[in-house]
Design a protein around this ligand. Structure first.
Ligand code: SAM
Ligand code: SF4
Length: 340
């Protein structure tokens, strides 16, 4: 394989799967390490440490993205593990921002280090940010995250607002018996603050023992708790949103949405692939299939081989998951490795 740049070979929208879903969105896990241990996501002992060489370098991530943008990739979300524990993340944001044709770079973070990074991220060109926060109560936060402090998350949210991030989405995974009584409190937050709160159904991931069908709180239950505060009006839903329209309480500054992969699957509009920190392209969060993009990148491949790896991953996308029928996820890989 020769190292040659092939210019703008592909056409926008060319990266399609066997159901003709157009793949426009890549979630990139930049590390599988994390500074929290959320009970539904990470084993208490953490994940085995990958060697420095196993993890894709920023240049490799950017190279892959640049090769695939001509096929219609328009958006990248950086995730993890906790992306902000990887040194120099704003550098990656800046490098991706320079990729011609890539329209959007976003970040999902637990917010622990956001107060420190909000300004450098903003200066690097990041515009959109999702902060994961499953409870508004300090003691519960410690319980869910196995020892994390909630204060830095609030400081991070305030810093994100101060430097001008908009929208700021708050992702709350709703779990029976853990935080299922807080939906109204989260919705109340949107009355005075311009946050977009997204209630997310718990998914069965990896071998973290928390998941059971009983732990999933169906969307209608969370929605009813929110509607007890007032009728929900439809709010403009950003084009970047999948699987959850936005709603607004009367007079609220922010919005709420319900992301319900179990009770309201949105597989038929799934437009994404995932890239793990060690360079595996994953067609679906809930499947263990993967394509070894790192091997392709490190073999000095030209862009057409990189595109072929993406095309192979796209073709391997399953039609849909079957969680609603009680068929649970066969994946043994934790969410931290795949990039939620
Ligand atoms: N550490 C960052 C964070 O927490 O935002 C980014 C990575 S985390 C894996 C990304 C998202 O996945 C978080 O919003 C987290 O709540 C969600 N998540 C993790 N495990 C999940 C599960 N089993 N079901 C649903 N969402 C999950
Ligand atoms: Fe870490 Fe995010 Fe997983 Fe929590 S959800 S353990 S913060 S990767």
């Amino acid at each position: 394989m020769g190292r040659s740049e092939e210019g703008k070979n592909g056409k926008a929208g060319e990266l399609r799967d066997s159901l003709d879903r157009s793949i426009e969105y890549l979630r990139v896990s930049v590390t599988d390490r994390c500074n929290l241990r959320c009970r539904y996501c990470m084993p208490p002992e953490g994940v085995p440490r990958k060697s420095h060489d196993d993890i894709l370098r920023y240049e490799e991530i950017v190279r892959a993205v640049r090769a695939v943008v001509p096929l219609g990739l328009t958006r990248v979300r950086l995730t993890g593990g906790e992306p902000l524990v990887r040194p120099g993340l704003p550098d990656l944001v800046r490098m991706l921002g320079a990729v011609e044709g890539l329209r959007d770079v976003a970040l999902t973070t637990n917010g622990q280090l956001l107060a420190q990074y909000a300004r450098p991220l903003r200066d690097a060109g990041l515009r959109r940010i999702n902060v994961s926060l499953d409870t508004l109560q300090a003691d519960r936060y410690r319980e869910i995250t196995m020892g994390g402090e909630i204060g830095p998350v609030f400081e991070g949210l305030a810093a994100a607002r101060q430097v001008g991030f908009s929208p700021i989405k708050i992702n709350a995974v709703v779990i029976r018996g853990m935080n299922d009584d807080e939906a109204a409190d989260f919705a109340r937050l949107t009355l005075d603050e311009p946050y977009d709160v997204r209630f997310i159904e718990l998914m069965p991931m990896g071998e973290v023992g928390l998941w059971s069908p009983e732990a999933v709180v169906p969307e209608e239950e969370t929605r009813a708790a929110v509607e007890a505060l007032g009728p929900l009006e439809r709010a403009p839903t950003p084009a970047t949103s999948r699987g959850g329209e936005a709603w607004r309480l009367p007079g609220a500054r922010g919005t709420v949405a319900f992301i319900s992969p179990v009770s309201q699957p949105f597989c038929d509009e799934c437009n994404r692939l995932r890239l793990t920190a060690d360079g595996k392209l994953r067609p679906c969060l809930l499947s263990d299939r993967s394509v070894d993009l790192r091997a392709v990148l490190r073999a000095g491949a030209c862009d057409s081989y990189i595109r072929a790896a993406f095309a192979e991953a796209a073709c391997a996308k399953p039609d849909a998951h079957r969680l609603r029928e009680g068929v649970t996820c066969p994946t043994r890989t934790p969410m931290t490795a795949i990039g939620g």
